[in-house]
Write a protein that binds this ligand. Structure first.
Ligand SMILES: C[S@@+](CC[C@H](N)C(=O)[O-])C[C@H]1O[C@@H](n2cnc3c(N)ncnc32)[C@H](O)[C@@H]1O
Length: 211
């Protein structure tokens, strides 16, 4: 997927710089390869860790957490006493995430919520330092109105797949997922209460800071 955005040559170069000796992370990446499961991958994972550390994040809400790969990066960042809320409507994903994060010694930093991530977002009081969204793309345009009241000032609202393999460049006749991401990107860019940048890393990551 990333080949559409970042050239294969650059992608290989970036991947080659990376070193990890974390066995749990490696196991989660192997599982993604085996199952063809769309985790954010190591380059975006490290970006999430960077943003969380730089912003001093202690409370993170994830929308669409799968079996916990992106959760792992946030849980690393928030430190002891910090909280990451993992959400997924697939109970098997939640169970598996709990097992991986416990194995990594990070389980105490994570609360697991099985169900619709948007319902969790509606019911959580906040405030959050980071809200990260990776749910079904058709629902992306609903997120800003629900998330921004729960995000602290200078907090980060982050979306994965902001460039959707380059399909966002197609306007007329776009499929529903592409059309939804395009609507979201247009709204984020236009909002005066946010400063938004789309980073063309992997499949595109949109990062908005709340003013
Ligand atoms: C792209 S995967 C998430 C990958 C994860 N962020 C990672 O990098 O490891 C999307 C996940 O979101 C879940 N999902 C999609 N829409 C959802 C929703 N509205 N509520 C809860 N989970 C949702 C799917 O079950 C799937 O596991």
């Amino acid at each position: 997927m990333s080949g559409e955005i970042v050239s294969a040559k650059i992608d290989r170069y970036l991947a080659g710089l990376r070193r990890t000796d974390d066995a749990v992370l490696a196991a989660m990446e192997r599982e993604a390869d085996l199952r063809g499961f769309p985790i954010v991958g190591p380059l975006v994972g490290r970006l999430l860790l960077t943003l969380a550390l730089a912003s001093g994040a202690r409370r993170v809400l994830e929308l669409g957490s799968g079996y916990g790969y992106s959760t792992y990066w946030f849980a690393t960042a928030v430190g002891d006493g910090g909280l990451v809320i993992h959400t997924d409507f697939d109970a098997d994903n939640s169970r598996q995430a709990a097992a991986y994060l416990t194995r990594a010694g990070l389980g105490r930093r994570v609360r697991f919520e099985t169900g619709d991530a948007l319902d969790v977002l509606r019911k959580e009081a906040g405030m959050f330092d980071i809200i990260f969204c990776d749910i079904d793309k058709e629902a992306y345009p609903e997120v800003p109105a629900l998330a921004l009241p729960k995000l602290r000032q200078r907090g980060l609202l982050i979306f994965d797949n902001a460039l959707w393999s380059g399909r966002v460049t197609t306007g007329r006749g776009a499929d529903p997922a592409t059309a939804a991401i395009r609507r979201l990107n247009t709204e984020l860019a236009a909002r005066e209460d946010l400063v938004t940048t789309i980073l063309p890393l992997r499949d595109g990551v949109s990062v908005s800071v709340k003013r």
